[in-house]
Design a binder for this molecule. Structure first.
Ligand SMILES: Cc1cc2nc3c(=O)[nH]c(=O)nc-3n(C[C@H](O)[C@H](O)[C@H](O)COP(=O)(O)OP(=O)(O)OC[C@H]3O[C@@H](n4cnc5c(N)ncnc54)[C@H](O)[C@@H]3O)c2cc1C
Length: 370
């Protein structure tokens, strides 16, 4: 009998499975797809950054980046994140920067002139920029494969093409049903990303996580003089970054309805480019590669921050990262293993992200989400 059943083999489930197995627990991973990283993990823009306003987000990312840096398979590349701050957000971003520096994470305030050396842009309406030299990108597939491999080396069993159908608590155990079998374990950990609301309903629980489709547009290869950091125009939420000789572009559509809507929304390309060209005129004439562009689901919660930790006896949730889970998974794995071993996460206080905040009306206001 396993000690813990982890549901979901995205980067979060993989990191949790590894840390639980490392803590000496017998772990069973259930994944509905035929292999790992088929959910949001395989669709992300792969960015990692410490530039958030909520201290817990800063620290989850910071410790995760430190960990990715030491894992060759995680493919960490510190290309940096550049935030372009409009006048209207000057105060809020000054405040966020102060908080980041107080936590000791590396972020620099740049003049617009200094920022332009990293990526050319039009200054209209901007106040200043911030740059995170430790920020960058990783390889989410590589990191997930690494964690699952390490979990397996420590005795974890991985079962693919095996969805959780139902689960209930009985006699101090979680009794889990899949199309292929029944399992019992004292601990059940839901790392089910955008599907967590749906999985919660199978357990009779209201878990406020829902899918929202997001697009990443890829340019055709083009000869740029140097690589661009992941650059975000906070005036519109438009972002770009280099990927090899290509540029990746994106912007969240605030009117995208929640739900499992599939495929590229090419209608959103216009508003994305409109915002992009205003700020980055050098994009004019850049050819788009439709086949290299992709879509995936953000796993949204009402305040766009994750749900972490115990929600019921023996039941944990690590889901709902709302578009920033790749950069937090490593630390979340450690915290969830602590939560199981000690009854409470110890390395960081995860209380701001517990499920109870939604009942108690304590939503977290994170300003650094795009
Ligand atoms: C376009 C896009 C860009 C993004 N950019 C970034 C970025 O730059 N940086 C960043 O940090 N994050 C980014 N994200 C968000 C990031 O991808 C997610 O936050 C992260 O991958 C969440 O990982 P996860 O393991 O929780 O979820 P997932 O990777 O979705 O894994 C959940 C797994 O659970 C499985 N599952 C679901 N239901 C069941 C069931 N009943 N039984 C068994 N298995 C089940 C699914 O098949 C899936 O494999 C982006 C996302 C998208 C879509």
């Amino acid at each position: 009998m396993p000690d813990a059943v982890v549901v979901g083999a995205g980067i979060v489930g993989a990191a949790c499975a590894f840390r639980l197995a490392q803590a000496g627990l017998k772990v069973l991973v259930l994944e509905k797809e035929a292999t790992y990283a088929q959910g949001s993990t395989g669709r992300s823009a792969a960015g990692v950054r410490v530039q958030f306003s909520e201290p817990l987000n800063v620290l989850l990312s910071y410790h995760s980046i430190l960990e990715y840096r030491a894992i060759p398979e995680a493919g960490y590349r510190p290309i940096g994140y550049l935030f372009l701050v409009p006048e209207a957000l000057r105060e809020a971003q000054e405040e966020a920067l102060k908080g980041q520096l107080a936590l000791g994470v590396p972020v620099q305030r740049l003049s617009l002139e200094e920022a332009k050396a990293r990526v050319p842009f039009r200054e209209t309406g901007l106040a200043f920029a911030t740059f995170g030299p430790m920020d960058g990108v990783i390889d989410p597939h590589g990191a997930t494969a690494h964690y699952l491999g390490e979990a397996r080396r420590r005795g974890a069993e991985l079962r693919f093409s095996e969805p959780l159908l139902s689960a209930r608590r009985q006699g101090g155990l979680w009794r889990v049903e899949t199309p292929r079998g029944r399992y019992e374990a004292p601990y059940l950990l839901l790392c089910t990303g955008a599907w967590t609301g749906e999985v919660g309903r199978r357990l009779g629980l209201e878990l406020p996580v829902y899918p929202v489709r997001r697009m990443v547009f890829a340019s055709a290869p083009a000869p740029f003089p140097h690589a661009f950091p992941l650059t975000i125009d906070l005036a519109t939420g438009f972002y770009l970054r280099s990927e090899g000789e290509r540029v990746l572009l994106g912007r969240s559509n605030p009117d995208e309805p929640p739900g499992f809507r599939e495929g590229m929304d090419w209608g959103w390309l216009g508003p994305t480019l409109e915002a992009g060209l205003l700020r980055f005129p050098f994009l004019e004439g850049l050819a788009l590669d439709r086949k290299a562009s992709w879509w995936g689901y953000y796993e949204m919660t009402p305040d766009h921050n994750p749900i972490l930790g115990f929600v019921e006896e023996g039941l944990l949730v690590a889901a709902g990262f709302s578009g920033h889970g790749v950069q937090q998974a490593a630390m979340v794995g450690r915290l969830m293993a602590e939560e199981v071993r000690h009854g409470r996460a110890q390395s960081l206080n995860i209380d701001p992200f517990r499920l109870a905040r939604f009942r108690e009306g304590r939503l977290v206001r994170e300003r650094g989400i795009v």
